[in-house]
Design a protein around this ligand. Structure first.
Ligand SMILES: [Mg+2]
Length: 163
């Protein structure tokens, strides 16, 4: 049970996941949450640092797919601007969206990680899909909708419990 709420790795930002580090973790593909992971909730675009990081990973041959609980048209526009495949309305913490992402990439699930800012959505979904899981400190969580902010204090308890 506890395993479901425990990420394999915690980072402060996605930019810490450099190609060399992913290689040492034997990861070939990343499923990426969108809101508060790649960009603040209200922003339409990623910042220049995240854009450069995505370019670096693509150049290194790391396969990427967005897996978001956000609605189709918004995530489709965002993915289109980045030129990345996507799964919208992924219903995390259920594992279906992650499984669909793995299928889209044709990656080995044991060498694929789910990267996201929410323990009770991204990490649980990744765990249930049998993936490596990476928890990222959320970008501007104060912009999140109320239903997401409600979960944050409980998430912090679980993160402390892991340490
Ligand atoms: Mg998120």
């Amino acid at each position: 049970m506890k395993r479901c709420f425990t990420a394999d790795l915690q980072v402060r930002s996605v930019q810490e996941l450099r190609p060399e580090r992913l290689e040492s973790l034997r990861l070939e593909a990343l499923l990426l949450d969108v809101d508060c992971t790649l960009k603040p909730y209200r922003d339409e675009e990623v910042g220049p640092e995240v854009a450069a990081w995505l370019d670096e990973l693509c150049a290194a041959g790391v396969r990427l797919c967005l897996v978001s609980n956000g609605r189709g048209p918004r995530i489709e526009r965002f993915a289109g601007r980045l030129g990345l495949p996507f799964v919208a309305k992924a219903c995390k913490p259920f594992p279906f969206g992650c499984r669909e992402g793995v299928k889209k990439l044709g990656s080995d699930p044991t060498r694929t990680a789910m990267v996201g800012d929410q323990l009770f959505a991204d990490i649980m979904a990744g765990r249930l899909a049998g993936l490596f899981t990476i928890l990222v400190t959320p970008l501007h969580p104060e912009q999140e909708p109320w239903y997401t902010r409600l979960k944050r204090p409980l998430e912090r308890c679980f993160v402390r419990w892991e340490c």
